[in-house]
Write a protein that binds this ligand. Sequence first.
Ligand code: ADP
Length: 216
Amino acid sequence: MRIVLVGPPGAGKGTQAAYLAKNLSIPHISTGDLFRANISQGTDLGKQAKAYMDAGNLVPDEVTNAMAQDRMEKPDAENGFLLDGFPRNVSQAGVLDELLTAGGLKLDAVLDLEVPEDEVVKRIAGRRICRNDSAHVFHVTYSPPKKEGVCDVCGGELYQRDDDSEETVRTRLEVYHTQTEPIIDHYRAQGLVVTISALGKVTEVTERAMEALGRA
Ligand code: ADP
């Protein structure tokens, strides 16, 4: 299956993507994770991306498209993938459409995770992520780790993302509404969009998502 995941920051895309990718046996491709890996490795690409990310803005399309294409062309993505964070504007969606068409491929579904704005801000402000694996996500009040600052899964150090401050979250939400939401209409016109609520327990949302994808 080829799936695109959309939803505002804090909707739980990363968390859900990890479970869904496992269930569906396809790689989870997260542009945010790819950028963060480049930043921590100090690559040129990471240096280019960091200032945009810290301000809550999108990294320029040329950089993003090339990185996403490169990842999608890896052998493990031959039979499908779950895209998380790409495309993030209409122009990127056009590039993805072209890439797929050129390969004689198409998307199966665009899974849209819906969550109210006040909930998003609460989720992000308390979010803590493991340095070893961004799928190991905790929240200081909603799902605290057993030991403060330490990942329950692997013992890694938990940290707060540089772009998870309240001020940056507002910018990210604004960018989501103005630039990313229009891609939902783009895909709705192709009959690909399935919308589910991202509220409730992580496992409940995963079940909802699997059920919705079954109908897609
Ligand atoms: P979020 O929780 O906001 O969905 P991500 O980890 O997906 O966070 O992305 C973090 C940041 O990485 C974004 O705010 C943006 O700066 C950059 N980024 C990720 N994907 C893209 C993309 N497709 N185009 C441009 N910038 C991107």
